[in-house]
Design a protein. Sequence first.
Length: 239
Amino acid sequence: MTALSKNFESNASHSFDDFTKLWLQLAAKGLIAILALLAFLTLLTLALPARAAGTDIILVVGDSLSAEYGLKRGTGWVPLLEKQLATDKHSAKVINASISGDTTSGGRSRMGALLTTHKPTVVVIELGGNDALRGLPLDMTEANLAAMTQAAKKIGAKVLLLGMQVPPNYGGAYGATFSGLFTKVAKAENVALMPFFLKGIADVPDVASQFQADRIHPNEQAQPKMLANVWPELKKLLR
């Protein structure tokens, strides 16, 4: 073998060895990068459920009493609830799905989509007043409240029912039956109840001072009282 041939073979051997080392180095770096990415994704996957587990999603399904009817935005009891949660450092998000004029039938028809979209951990149902104002059958109101409660429970959400009462001119028997159906549903479904949402507002001597000119909707002054009625029961349901 000539010196030139030996030199060529030696160079070729060195080139192959260098290429092999370079390839191994690159492969090692790639493996490290892949392992680092996998570790990051694993930590992210573990962290997200932990964060979600500590955050409540409160869905309020109500009528004009919860939709800030006739009020300046941000002064209703639901926005005040958001401020209360922040003050008390509760990790919670509030979704107000209330619609002025809504009935329990309307709430029932919307509930499925609301639960699917927002996946709440707590559902506050404030409906029924318009059923009474329209003279709708009370057994239908009861059935609708029960159906909404059951739907919320089915996805694992806790439920708070806000009870209502009607003025005395509706008659004693009707009034007792109406207010009693909230208690009946709450007991049957084993959920939380605030018996009279407008306690201290609609049952006081100076009732006119608590309502807007229509004598139906509470004014801005009454909103903190409405929250004060809801909060003691609602906070029991938070994580």
